[in-house]
Design a protein. Structure first.
Lengths: 232, 223, 201
């Protein structure tokens, strides 16, 4: 597992797995989209709009997951002095931001027919919007510091401070009475969702994860190269 | 005893510094009142509407005007090297952050606290609510000071984009606004809401010396 | 007292200097010589434990510096090449603030004579911001007398000073050394100050 913290090892492994991951993600996307558009049933209440879920839910999960991994890498980088954490953070932030943006946009497209508005100010939506703004602030911080050493450490500290938002996003539907429905899928209980809808959701989630990994590999590799060229 | 004296004279120094620039603090307060005027004129001077949204306006403007002075938080002491001298006099960076936070609270936030009653008259907020307002703003402004310390220490080395500091404070102050504004509207649940605010204060207060201290050290290292 | 052993510092994986050895005992003056950008200030910062050395270590009174940090800080005065006096306040206020903040036992008459020798006694009620650059620089050195500590660490103390002031600095240095104090200062040339150790960066 050393390739997760060592840039040169990461490069070796990334060269091996990049193409398979990319191809797999395309395959998963094809199957998943086929399932979600044609092979899954309409919801008896929501009708055809339920198909937005197959994009909305995976992107929301991935937006959160990316931030969680970034928090982990910030701890690694600050406490255990692993500089790969800084590389990872700079490379991966825009990916998380895009996933969160997809989640917000698809959510409001879904909310328009279901709730009758594009946006409501409930806890889940607000906290996800804050997550998106935190991503944006991280990107702007990455752009506006001149000194690299200061920049990456300050950004890591900011990521750690901002991670208080993660549990708020996750549990906002349980803590407050929100318009947004509570989680239907959790580890502890049997999923509240029909298998015919569960299959495309899982396939789409894998597709999102794989495409996320593929883009992350590309971005991390460029980041490593740019740092090397900066030195010479 | 020696250490206690040093703390006292740290505040003596802060006092002298702030009193020599007392017009800066007063300008903040004038900004606060002028924005109240503008707010009222932009929604129309209807008494009913103003008394409904008055508390919200008050909180928003307090937040905005207290982020105005964030640049003064560490920047001056950092640029003329006083931060280093204070550190060499036996204060760790985390402790400097705590001291500075209280100094910011006393010299920037307390003047706002004192101007709240006048603002309440202007905004038609009932006198009964004054106590709740003071309680929520007393705790909330201490939270804002801690957040200000974190964000301004992060932005010491950021010469290009200082607005980022205010944005960081404002994004983290969303929960404070939510809870402290609802204190007025839900008087029966006053205790639980003030406990939540107090909890947030303790969390931020615990993070503050670590995060600001680390950022101060980083900036001094790479200056 | 202060021993620097095989110190190397790298920033962004770029070597700034390598294998510096330095030992400072009481009564010594050490000069750091070098061109602009050769890492004089960086070395001083490393000695003050602000920068972490990439290799090597620093000892204070036989212990590692990090273990003995606040004892070291109790014995050291650092003067950077920025003006640390508060520009909005008068000289008198500044002196008062420093005197109180460092719990100094220096009497007022001593400070007055020091101000007189620095030729600043006429400006006592003038704001620091209105003084000339050389005068603020001289005001900085007043802190050496107020803090009254053993080790002086000075960053470029001689730049922007006229000949009289440099002569004054020479005498101050000698006086400090005769009282078992020790000095490290950085400079790109040495205008005839007696030094016990010279380090070329």
């Amino acid at each position: 597992m050393k390739f997760l913290i060592n840039p040169s090892k990461f490069n070796e492994v990334a060269d091996y797995i990049f193409k398979p991951v990319l191809i797999l993600s395309i395959v998963f996307f094809a199957i998943g989209l086929l399932f979600s558009f044609y092979l899954s049933p309409d919801d008896y209440q929501q009708g055809s709009t339920v198909r937005i879920m197959y994009v909305h839910v995976p992107s929301a999960w991935l937006g959160l997951l990316t931030y969680a991994i970034m928090t982990l890498y910030s701890i690694l980088a600050l406490a255990f002095r692993i500089p790969f954490g800084f590389i990872f953070n700079t490379a991966v932030t825009p990916i998380g931001a895009v996933f969160t943006l997809i989640c917000i946009i698809s959510g409001s497209l879904w909310g328009r027919p279901m709730w009758g508005t594009w946006w409501v100010w409930d806890a889940r939506l607000t906290s996800v919007a804050i997550l998106f703004i935190i991503y944006l602030i991280i990107i702007f911080m990455n752009l506006s510091f001149e000194n690299r050493i200061v920049r990456e450490k300050v950004v890591a500290i900011f990521i750690l401070v901002g991670s208080v938002n993660l549990p708020i996003v996750k549990f906002s539907v349980d803590w407050w009475n929100t318009l947004h429905q509570p989680a239907t899928i959790s580890k502890l209980s049997k999923p509240n969702i029909d298998p015919s809808m569960m299959t495309p959701l899982i396939i789409m989630t894998f597709a999102f994860i794989l495409i996320g990994i593929a883009i992350a590999i590309l971005r991390i590799k460029t980041e490593i190269i740019s740092r090397k060229s900066y030195l010479s | 005893m020696n250490f206690l004296n040093k703390i006292i004279f740290f505040y003596y120094r802060e006092y002298k510094l702030n009193m020599s620039g007392v017009q800066d603090i007063l300008t903040n307060i004038i900004f606060f009142f002028i924005s109240i005027f503008i707010f009222i004129f932009s929604i129309g001077p209807d008494k009913e509407t103003i008394s409904i949204i008055g508390v919200g306006i008050l909180w928003t403007l307090l937040l905005l005007s207290s982020t105005l002075s964030l640049r003064k938080f560490y920047q001056d002491d950092f640029e003329n090297g006083n931060l280093l001298i204070i550190h060499l006099n036996g204060f760790s960076f985390g402790f400097i952050a705590i001291l500075k936070t209280f100094s910011h609270f006393v010299f920037v936030q307390v003047p706002f606290l004192l101007s709240i009653p006048i603002a309440c008259i202007l905004l038609n907020i009932a006198n009964d609510n004054l106590f709740y307002l003071f309680a929520s703003f007393g705790i909330g402004s201490l939270i804002l000071s801690c957040l200000g310390s974190i964000s301004s220490s992060m932005n010491l080395m950021n010469q290009r984009n200082f607005l980022l500091g205010s944005v960081i404070v404002m994004i983290f102050s969303v929960p404070i606004i939510i809870f402290s504004v609802s204190i007025i509207n839900m008087e029966e649940s006053f205790n639980s809401l003030i406990n939540i605010l107090f909890g947030i204060l303790l969390i931020v207060f615990a993070i503050n010396p670590w995060a600001s201290g680390l950022c101060l050290k980083l900036s001094l290292e790479n200056n | 007292m202060l021993i620097v052993k095989d110190l190397s510092i790298e920033r962004l994986d770029k070597k700034i200097f390598a294998n510096i050895n330095l030992s400072l005992s009481s009564g010594n003056i050490t000069i750091l010589k070098g061109k602009n950008g050769s890492g004089k200030t960086t070395l001083l910062k490393a000695i003050l434990n602000l920068l972490e050395p990439s290799f090597g270590s620093i000892y204070w009174k036989g212990k590692l510096l990090e273990k003995n940090l606040y004892d070291f800080y109790n014995h050291v005065t650092y003067i950077a090449d920025t003006t640390s006096s508060l520009r909005k306040l008068t000289i008198k206020d500044n002196v008062n603030i420093w005197k109180k903040f460092f719990i100094s036992k220096i009497s007022d008459t001593q400070i007055e004579t020091a101000l007189k020798t620095l030729k600043l006694d006429n400006y006592l009620n003038k704001k620091v911001g209105t003084l000339s650059f050389g005068e603020t620089k001289k005001l900085e050195f007043l802190r050496l007398i107020i803090e009254n500590k053993k080790v002086w660490i000075l960053d470029e103390p001689l730049s922007n000073l006229d000949e009289d002031s440099i002569e004054l600095m020479k005498q101050t240095f000698e006086h400090h050394c005769s009282k078992e104090g020790s000095i490290i200062f950085s400079s790109h040339q040495n205008p005839g100050i007696y030094v016990t150790e010279e380090i070329q960066l």
